[in-house]
Ligand binder design. Structure first.
Ligand code: FES
Length: 390
């Protein structure tokens, strides 16, 4: 797949919608979902286990760990995980736990060829093997080979790094991504370099927060003074790739250009929001110059209770592309996070007490303009083995 070809086919679909009446892709039918899909503690516990401990989760991109010894801590799945670039160039993930006495092993992320415990100093190589300890005579008879780190499945494919927070079989990334794999591969994610990462607590159910990233129906109202000032309202493309999805809407300037003959349309400028099951959105857009490619990723995780969540927001640029300095990309990150925090999460947080007080049978409505929500709520229900209360 070539992104230029993909973008051209999307432009034709935009143009079709914009021609005459401003129409949009729509789902097949309106559906309802009971408020308990968000508020039921038993469902929440199943999601924490079946989704966040048993499914592959995107933890970052290849350039987050550029060299052997680079590592990152990943705690948001509910299990402390450390992910490292190994000597052989691959990625490894381990439970962030020292097998001597159970101490949290890694607390900082500077590059190191050894993972060294802060309590007594046992050290482990990047394959998780126990390779050093003080006063080894005090551990006579210990079979070091049996006291390495607890390995977790980790896989890197097309510039993405996935981890599963429970020991088990290897992750088949192309299999997990299914029909979305060629699109993500074509997006050349291995060249993404992180500029910023922010962690934001959210005072609502993780799916209620995620909902705000998976539909644009709210944009003309909630974001009337921000995002909506540059977007054509209610014109959307929706594409489904199994449990993963994509949506995209044209900006006002693009809509003007699409009114001209196709030969005058832009050849580049792909922009869309990609949803990766179960909790990740990656928006491909541009910096304020309108040309430097930027990727904005938001991930939602369950918090300590059914009405709490954690959001990780990060902004990437593509290595070697665009003239905009990192400082401007960083400023863009602040602007995007402010919109998310002060507009999306402000409303989501304020809504939680109302949602939690809803009668169990109250049916909320997911319209034909919200097909991604319809699908992912059903897919989550399917993945946890608990029917969606529709
Ligand atoms: Fe880690 Fe003792 S607990 S070295």
């Amino acid at each position: 797949m070539r992104i230029a070809d993909e973008w051209r086919s999307m432009l034709r679909r935009f143009a079709e919608h914009l021609r005459g009446e401003r129409t949009s892709d729509l789902g097949a039918a309106t559906m309802t979902v009971a408020a308990s899909a968000y508020t039921d503690p038993a469902r929440f516990e199943l999601e924490r286990t079946r989704l966040f401990r048993e499914q592959p989760l995107l933890v970052g991109f290849s350039r987050d760990l550029p060299a052997a010894g680079d590592r990152m801590c990943f705690d948001e799945a509910g299990v402390p995980v450390v992910v490292a670039r190994a000597e052989d160039g691959g990625v490894r993930a381990f439970l962030n736990l020292c097998p001597h006495r159970g101490t949290r092993l890694v607390e900082t992320c500077e590059r190191s060829r050894r993972l060294t415990c802060p309590l007594h100093g046992w050290s482990f190589d990047l394959a998780g093997r126990l390779v050093g300890m003080a006063q080894p005579a005090a551990f006579d008879g210990l079979d070091r080979a049996r006291h390495g780190l607890v390995a977790l499945p980790a896989a890197e494919w097309a510039g993405m790094i996935f981890v599963r927070a429970t020991p088990g079989p290897a992750i088949d990334v192309p299999g997990f991504l299914g029909t979305m794999a060629p699109l993500l591969e074509a997006l050349d994610l291995g060249r993404l370099e992180r500029v910023r990462l922010d962690r934001m607590p959210v005072a609502t159910n993780w799916k209620a927060a995620l909902d705000t990233f998976a539909e644009a129906y709210h944009v003309p109202v909630l974001h009337a003074e921000s995002l909506a000032t540059n977007l054509v309202p209610f014109v959307m493309l929706f594409d489904h790739y199994g449990r993963h999805h994509r949506y995209s809407g044209p900006g006002l300037e693009l809509a003007d250009r699409l009114a001209r003959p196709e030969a005058e349309w832009p050849t580049g400028g792909y922009q869309a929001v990609h949803y990766l099951f179960p909790n990740t959105t990656i928006a491909f857009t541009h910096a304020f110059d309108g040309a430097t490619p930027v990727a904005s990723m938001f991930r939602l995780f369950p918090g300590a209770s059914v009405g709490e969540a954690v959001s990780l927001g990060s902004t990437y640029r593509r290595a070697g592309e665009g003239d905009v300095p990192d400082e401007q990309i960083s400023h863009m990150h602040d602007v995007v996070c402010a919109i998310v925090r002060d507009e999306d999460y402000r409303v989501a947080n304020a809504s939680w007490p109302s949602l939690a007080a809803a009668p169990p049978g109250l049916r909320l409505v997911l319209g034909r303009s919200e097909p991604l929500l319809q699908r992912y709520h059903r897919d989550i229900a399917d993945a946890i083995g608990l029917p969606l209360p529709e």
